[in-house]
Design a protein around this ligand. Structure first.
Ligand SMILES: *Cc1c(COP(=O)(O)O)cnc(C)c1O
Length: 389
């Protein structure tokens, strides 16, 4: 088969003329981030592509990650796993947010691995597998301290025994044992070692009671980059894939992949003291040019960031003026050049001095993950670079 060469439709720093707003995803950045993670570990790399690839497009992110060092894909729901299969992706996939009583048959048929957290959960998967005369691959989730999903240590023996019985009947195969960390984003936090210690003990018991999992995994992006003792057989990288630095106060050289930008759809010259947007929370300090940007909180621009946020216009950062509305906000352009159609970058990789998603997260009092995953459905996504599949 000839190799299909992918050309960029435009470099990622150029907004197509006809577009008034877009989320542009640089697949080359995703590729580089995955390679960076893979280069720091001997473990397999799972690209976590839940929530439509943190808003970057799940299938495209998955393809790019698989071509650059990832070998597993991680999602939460069975539906997300099936979407990857429907797109023709055959790499192993784990889904980890399901419950007893769900219909697992489509996932089992599509060979999507299923995380199970309780005896009832395991039996539910095993029953669906038996109905299909198939063997479901499961990963037993241990709650080692996050207190979300997973079996608590006192319930571990019962879950392992049920899994061993289901394995003997041929209904399931325990492919993995795994857990999730509470403090990996903190450098040298003692909680990481405590969870890993408990995880080791639970794995040891599972083996002693007859299970033989091929994959142990606990690390997310922060642990993959900042806690080498947590890698085991596989690391689950989400944030890092998208270029979000996951460890507080440290930078590993990841490149933000998503640029959110728009064109000014209006400008006006106003005198000093002009109140702007609902409630006039902003008044112009001097005579000024205001620019209107057609993106608002319905598009995922965090309303809570309004009083502090800046955007990048004509080579500099300019303040958002007043309240961010549902569909639009105003930027104070001062005496700078301003014309309808000028590009406004809300966030990007930061190369040119534009804000990054981490800046917006700080202004809004949240994390970059929330800002990225809330970019609204009406903002067109455009993929450049890499394998645009
Ligand atoms: C979302 C998620 C990840 C990825 O986390 P990042 O911190 O974004 O790398 C890993 N594991 C589980 C269980 C998750 O839910």
């Amino acid at each position: 088969m000839p190799r299909v060469v992918q050309y960029r439709t435009a470099p990622p720093d150029v907004l197509p003329a006809a577009v008034t707003a877009e989320a542009c995803v640089d697949l080359d950045a995703i590729a580089g981030n995955v390679r960076l993670v893979a280069g720091l570990t001997d473990a397999l790399v799972m690209a976590v592509v839940k929530a439509d690839g943190f808003g970057h497009g799940g299938v495209r992110t998955a393809r790019t990650a698989l071509a650059n060092g990832a070998s597993w894909l991680g999602v939460t729901s069975c539906a997300e796993g099936l979407e990857l299969r429907d797109a023709g992706l055959t790499a192993p996939v784990l889904c980890w947010l399901t419950s007893a009583g769900q219909d697992f048959r489509a996932a089992i048929t599509a060979e999507v691995d299923i995380s199970v957290s309780s005896v009832a959960h395991l039996r539910s998967v095993a029953q669906d597998a038996a109905r299909l005369s198939r063997c479901a691959a499961v990963h037993l989730k241990a709650d080692t301290g996050l207190s979300r999903n997973g079996a608590r240590p006192e319930d571990w023996a019962e879950l392992v025994a049920a899994a061993r019985d289901a394995e003997r009947r041929g209904a399931v195969r325990v492919r993995g044992i795994w857990s999730h960390l509470a403090h990996a984003d903190r450098w040298a936090h003692p909680g990481v070692g405590e969870q890993v210690g408990l995880f080791d003990e639970l794995v040891h018991r599972a083996r002693a009671w007859g299970l033989d999992p091929e994959l142990l995994h606990v690390a997310n992006s922060a642990a993959a980059l900042g806690h080498p003792g947590t890698h085991y057989d596989l690391v689950r990288a989400g944030a890092a894939v998208y270029g979000v630095e996951p460890v507080a106060g440290r930078a590993f050289g990841l490149r933000p992949a998503l640029t959110l930008r728009a064109r000014l759809i209006g400008t006006k010259r106003v005198p000093a003291g002009t109140g702007v947007s609902y409630g006039h929370r902003y008044t112009t300090p001097g005579e000024s040019t205001l620019g209107l940007v057609p993106l608002g909180f319905a598009d995922g621009v965090p309303r809570a960031a309004g009083d502090r946020a800046e955007v990048w216009v004509a080579g500099e950062r300019r303040p958002v003026a007043g309240v961010i509305s549902m569909d639009q906000f105003v930027v104070d352009l001062g005496d700078g050049p301003a014309a309808v159609g000028d590009e406004v970058v809300l966030f990007g990789p930061g190369d040119r001095g534009e804000p990054t998603v981490a800046d917006w997260a700080r202004w809004a009092g949240t994390n970059p993950h929330e800002v990225l995953t809330r970019i609204g459905g009406r903002v067109p996504r455009r993929h450049v670079g890499g394998d645009r599949g």
